[in-house]
Design a binder for this molecule. Structure first.
Ligand code: CTP
Length: 440
């Protein structure tokens, strides 16, 4: 092992990691030594360390009993231990957050995997660190850093991962990788786009081969949906979608998806508009930007086809509701928002208020007109936060008791206020009295 590389790894860990994390890894190394176990930090953490990128997802692999090792490390570090006996893995959850977030470390026993049939869940046997790294997706993810006392910080790289990082290549370890686990196709694109790498030529042919065999059909909808979400959460999802398209067309995801220049434009606009309107959107509730991108991807699908896609991908209920609401409402909302004649604020409010923000962003991106942007911005900044000055108590005082009429009057008063017809609290109360027939 090149001494320089080891020194660089150690230097990188010291530089990149918060002090407390470096200390935790050191102390875990001591636990491993006491139990005469070989322990390694593995996977994405090592990849990002070599790239000089911050990554606090610490995964440790031990050649031995992971749960036993985790137990002693938990005691030493005063961390909570969650053991997953069925999988022979454990998680240490630290009481003190790191950088404001809960910090955890996953620990697993080194294992070897065999796949009984394509895309099946693997059967697992305990093995060496080499076996454990060999079962992984790409060379750049199949490296480890030793936690041994004698050579702490040594890079373990059996498959040329460091060289591939330098060459900026995404390369599988063996020819059956995508047949064993087709979700790795998404991962290849994700890493390629994230780091500005290139998928190796041979790896591209293996992807095409797996897609020709329609390997996605063998993967559960839930897993596919998870991968779609992760892909669209990358910083430039349009690039990633286009790359998926060049690999084999998006029909491998859903045969009905077209993703032509129209969808591409919507994606571009989503990115730009989100940058401009983020502050208004995020004032009230979070927005799942990735779902707005998915709306753009399925732009050409009908409601029925959307529902079919949702079943195929076992889309989570909350996501499905938003996708369906988008398909059901987009046409009427767009028509109204594009209407050049004057539209009362209360009409816009009633139209937009029930819509998920993802739908609003998607519609803005699809219309692309200035008028639509102004109307949505007005909704977000003025109408949506507008409140009546009068309270329920005021209605009770004028003899209106809580019930459907009560709610209706409050609603009508709010619409009148949105349209600029009510200025003061007194105006609102007079309006309520008139509405309830208390006065003419
Ligand atoms: N892995 C794999 N095949 C998969 C998923 C994961 O071989 N289908 C392996 C990879 O070696 C990966 C490790 O499991 O490095 C951990 O997976 P995950 O946490 O999903 O990946 P990261 O590489 O950390 O990716 P990210 O940076 O996106 O979290």
């Amino acid at each position: 092992m090149d001494r320089n590389i080891r020194a660089n790894m150690l230097e990188g860990m010291r530089r990149m990691l918060p002090k407390e994390v470096f200390k935790i890894i050191r102390r875990m190394a001591r636990s491993a030594e006491e139990q005469q176990l070989k322990a390694y930090v593995v996977g994405g953490f090592v990849r990002d360390l070599l790239l000089g990128l911050k990554n606090l997802d610490v995964d440790i692999v031990v050649e031995g009993d992971a749960i036993e090792f985790a137990g002693s490390a938990a005691e030493r570090l005063n961390a909570a231990l969650v053991a997953h006996k069925k999988f022979g893995t454990a998680t240490l959850i630290f009481r003190k957050p790191v950088g404001g977030v809960k910090f955890k470390i996953d620990i697993a026993t080194a294992r070897t995997e065999t796949y009984q049939h394509p895309a099946a869940l693997p059967s697992v046997r305990f093995g060496s660190i080499r076996d454990d790294l060999y079962r992984r997706d790409f060379t750049i993810n199949a490296m480890a850093v030793s936690m041994d006392k004698k050579n702490f910080g040594e890079l373990i790289d059996f498959f040329g991962g460091r060289r591939d990082l330098e060459r900026k290549r995404i390369r599988v370890l063996h020819g059956k990788s995508f047949i064993d686990d087709p979700t790795r196709i998404f991962r290849a694109v994700r890493f390629e786009q994230r780091y500005g790498f290139k998928i190796d030529k041979e790896t591209v042919s293996l992807i095409t081969h797996a897609l020709k065999r329609e390997m996605f059909d063998k993967v559960s909808g839930e897993r596919l949906w998870g991968e779609i979400e992760l892909l669209l959460k990358e910083s430039d999802p349009l690039k990633a979608i286009k790359r998926m398209r060049t690999l084999y067309g998006l029909r491998s995801i859903d045969p009905k998806i077209r993703f032509g220049s129209k969808s591409e434009n919507i994606c571009k606009n989503i990115k730009g508009l989100y940058g401009r309107f983020k502050v208004y959107f995020l004032k009230k509730r979070p927005l799942d930007l990735w779902l707005a991108y998915f709306m753009a991807i399925i732009d050409n699908l009908s409601l029925k086809e959307t529902l079919e896609a949702c079943s195929r991908f076992a889309v989570k209920r909350g996501d499905r509701l938003r996708l369906v609401s988008c398909k059901k409402n987009e046409k009427s909302v767009m028509r109204m928002l594009c209407d050049k004649s004057e539209v009362d604020p209360s009409v816009i409010y009633r139209l937009l208020e029930p819509l998920p923000y993802e739908t609003l962003l998607y519609i803005m991106a699809k219309c692309g007109r200035g008028l639509v942007k102004v109307r949505v911005k007005d909704f977000l900044t003025k109408y949506n936060g507008m409140r009546l000055k009068m309270r329920g108590e005021d209605l009770k005082n004028i003899g209106i008791s809580p019930g459907p009429e009560f709610t209706k009057i409050l609603e009508k008063a709010l619409y009148a206020k949105l349209d600029g017809k009510l200025k003061t609290k007194r105006d609102e109360i007079s309006f309520a009295k008139r509405s309830a027939g208390v006065v003419k």
